[in-house]
Write a protein that binds this ligand. Structure first.
Ligand SMILES: Cc1cc2nc3c(=O)[nH]c(=O)nc-3n(C[C@H](O)[C@H](O)[C@H](O)COP(=O)(O)OP(=O)(O)OC[C@H]3O[C@@H](n4cnc5c(N)ncnc54)[C@H](O)[C@@H]3O)c2cc1C
Length: 377
């Protein structure tokens, strides 16, 4: 157990972002309010789209409402003030959150669960011509237009997906399934990634299965290359080839937002906020962080699983810090369960070196995902 941060009785707690860990904090507060604490939630959107169900929405299995956690209502239920805007940075001297709408939100304690971003800055043409998967709300707004373009441009709509990790591969399967359901004929879907097979980091058998499923579903896979420039109707790749495409989607893993390091918080070399095992900032103990924006003392892959698991400890430690009692140490689990849908009601599963697949895996994932969203709805 570590001592709580020193200082006067804490009265104002600012929560930045309504990510996976903070929905636990909102829920914990609703069940048992923190005594003598005013809490403000700052989020650009009133709902949190659960990324685990996003491929299912694209595939057409779910409505967007089924994938959404209404964080504004969760906050209201907990008596927490909800401010709909984004944090642009934190003034660590005066302890205020600066917001995109010009508001300054003073705090005694601040907790950050604002997730990752997609880095478009290093690839020419990306911000103009490609659609990033994040912010997810913006992707959700753009997807119906993209789908409509594909419907109107049938036959032969060409969709490129950049990034062959779990999210990019899942999205490739989901888009292929949706196009086939919509009878968008002769669409060409190309998955481009820097690895020799999709799903890097997962067991070899599962990666091989994903590879053969991509082939079966008619998805072209271009391994061992990166997108280096987005041109009108084409993507230039690192092997000097050019892929013609009508739309390109970027799903290249978690990048850090610029504002935490700009604010002066201690960050790792990639810009993620360094936190101790109590989820306190390594440089400012009255700042807490969890989820993909955090660089944990005991590092783990960027994954919703770890953001979810950090939630109860974060809620506990914020309560303890408000009350001036001892904080709990978090030891993240060693392994996470990966469940990857393959477009149809079928999914792949990996747990450490073990893997399996089948329609039953999709039903299992569906139950877990629904339970998570419904718990907070
Ligand atoms: C298509 C897809 C599928 C995925 N599937 C899975 C899966 O099945 N299992 C899994 O474990 N992981 C999955 N992931 C990864 C997972 O989405 C992330 O690891 C997870 O979202 C991280 O959670 P988080 O709480 O850190 O951030 P997020 O879930 O990104 O939440 C951050 C919140 O903060 C808000 N925010 C952002 N910036 C600001 C700001 N400046 N000020 C205030 N608020 C802000 C955002 O709007 C958002 O509501 C998937 C990712 C994608 C893209």
């Amino acid at each position: 157990m570590r001592p709580a941060p020193e200082g006067p009785a804490v009265k104002r707690l600012a929560l930045i972002g309504g990510g996976h860990a903070h929905v636990h904090v909102l829920d914990a507060f609703a069940r048992q309010p923190f005594p003598d604490t005013e809490v403000t939630l700052i989020s650009p959107y009133p709902r949190q789209i659960y990324s685990g169900m996003l491929p299912g929405w694209i595939a057409g299995h779910y409505s967007i409402e089924q994938c959404a956690i209404p964080i504004d209502l969760l906050a209201r239920r907990a008596g927490i003030r909800f401010v709909q805007t984004a944090c642009t940075d934190i003034d660590l001297e005066s302890k205020q959150v600066r917001c995109a709408n010009g508001q300054l939100i003073p705090f005694d304690l601040v907790s950050i669960d604002s997730g990752p971003t997609v880095n478009l800055d290093h690839t020419p043409g990306a911000s103009l011509r490609a659609l990033p998967i994040r912010p997810i709300e913006e992707f959700v707004t753009e997807w119906p237009d993209l789908l409509q373009r594909a419907r109107l441009q049938t036959p032969g709509f060409r969709q490129a997906i950049i990034g062959d990790g779990a999210a990019g591969t899942e999205l490739a399967f989901a888009i292929a399934h949706r196009f086939s359901r919509e009878k968008i004929v002769h669409a060409r879907i190309t998955l481009i990634g820097g690895n020799d097979r999709p799903l890097s980091g997962l067991p070899a058998g599962l990666r091989n299965e994903a590879l053969s499923l991509l082939k079966q579903r008619g998805i072209e896979y271009l391994p061992n290359r990166r997108a280096i420039e987005f041109l009108p109707e084409a993507v230039y790749l690192s092997d000097d080839t050019k892929i013609a495409c009508d739309a390109s989607l970027i799903v290249t893993g978690a990048a850090a937002p610029a504002w935490p390091s700009r604010s002066g918080l201690a960050c790792d070399s990639d810009g993620f906020i360094r936190v101790t095992s109590t989820l306190q900032s390594g440089s400012h103990p009255w700042v807490f962080a969890a989820g993909d924006v955090a660089a944990y003392a005991d590092p783990r892959p960027k994954s919703g699983v770890f953001a979810v698991r950090a939630g109860p400890v974060l809620a506990n430690n914020l309560r303890a810090a408000c009350a001036g009692t001892a904080l709990q140490i978090w030891s993240p689990q060693v392994r996470a369960l990966y469940l990857i849908s393959t477009g149809k009601r079928h999914a792949l599963a990996a747990w450490g070196p073990l893997s399996t697949s089948g329609n039953w895996v999709w039903r299992w994932k569906d139950r877990i995902d629904h339970r998570f969203v419904q718990r907070f709805s």
